[in-house]
Ligand binder design. Structure first.
Ligand SMILES: [Zn+2]
Length: 264
């Protein structure tokens, strides 16, 4: 009888030990795999459009992802340019709401001109320097410049951007190394891009442990030009990002963590 009791206790102790070993073996792994990622991704929304606030923001909020919002400092001129395309500019209160939700606000110039057509220094100052001043006067923290149409302009324009901003974004279709350069490259989503294209950008960033930036414009029912997106195309991109191993980050997080690679 005593032998049976002893054996039972031995069996219970052995089982408990096995259970403890299993818990300590598998729980840390499960935790790690949740945090495991190779590479980073940033979602960058140009022009401060109402569809970014009404469509993209709630979807990102659900996933606790933050984006970058590139705003044009003169909203009157911006509305004149963008309303004909079917998507107006969001209000300053809506920009503030995104900022308060953790989004990064970027200057996208004063009037959204084509920089490659401007040589006048006063005009370049207004677009690059005064846009930043105006946004900062409104209480926004501005670290970056988003080049309108991805155009960098002449040497003077480049010099102003370099002096005024910690980093800036063009539309050169490349992934960014880690640590990144102050010049951030991005993939501009167009109506032609299919699921396979998005997967290939993601896989490139994952494989090389790099930083992918995807740049978005208006999300509308019927795109009026190739830089706009349908709701289903936008959702497809979001689903592929969610399926990936890339971590959604803001540029400030990347630069805070890795600093930047100085290029001579
Ligand atoms: Zn733009």
């Amino acid at each position: 009888m005593i032998e049976v009791r002893k054996l039972t206790w031995l069996w219970i102790t052995f089982s408990l030990l096995v259970l403890i070993v299993l818990i300590f073996t598998f729980i840390p792994e499960a935790k790690e795999s949740n945090e495991d990622h190779s590479g980073y991704i940033t979602l960058w929304f140009d022009d401060g459009l109402l569809s970014t606030y009404e469509v993209a923001y709630p979807i990102l909020e659900e996933k606790n992802w933050k984006g970058v919002l590139a705003v044009i400092a003169d909203q009157k001129i911006a509305n004149k340019k963008f309303i004909p395309d079917g998507d107006p500019i969001m209000s300053w209160e809506q920009v503030e709401e995104l900022r308060d939700a953790g989004w990064e606000i970027s200057s996208h110039s004063m009037t959204h001109p084509r920089f490659n057509n401007i040589t006048d220094e006063m005009t370049l100052r207004l677009e690059i320097v005064s846009s930043k001043d105006r946004l900062e006067e409104m209480g926004f923290r501005i670290d970056s410049f988003t080049l309108p149409y991805g155009e960098k302009g002449d040497k003077f324009a480049e010099k102003l951007v370099l002096e005024e901003y910690s980093y800036w974004r063009s539309c050169i279709h490349e992934t960014n190394p880690i640590p990144p350069e102050r010049h951030i490259r991005s993939y501009l989503l167009t109506t032609e891009h299919q699921k396979d294209d998005i997967i290939s950008w993601i896989q490139k960033a994952e494989k090389n442990e790099e930083w992918l930036v995807i740049c978005f414009h208006a999300i509308v029912d019927t795109p009026s030009h190739r830089w706009q997106h349908t709701y289903s195309q936008f959702l497809m991109v979001i689903e592929e990002i969610e399926r990936s191993n890339l971590k959604v980050v803001l540029p400030s997080e990347i630069f805070d963590q890795y600093s930047c690679k100085e290029v001579q």
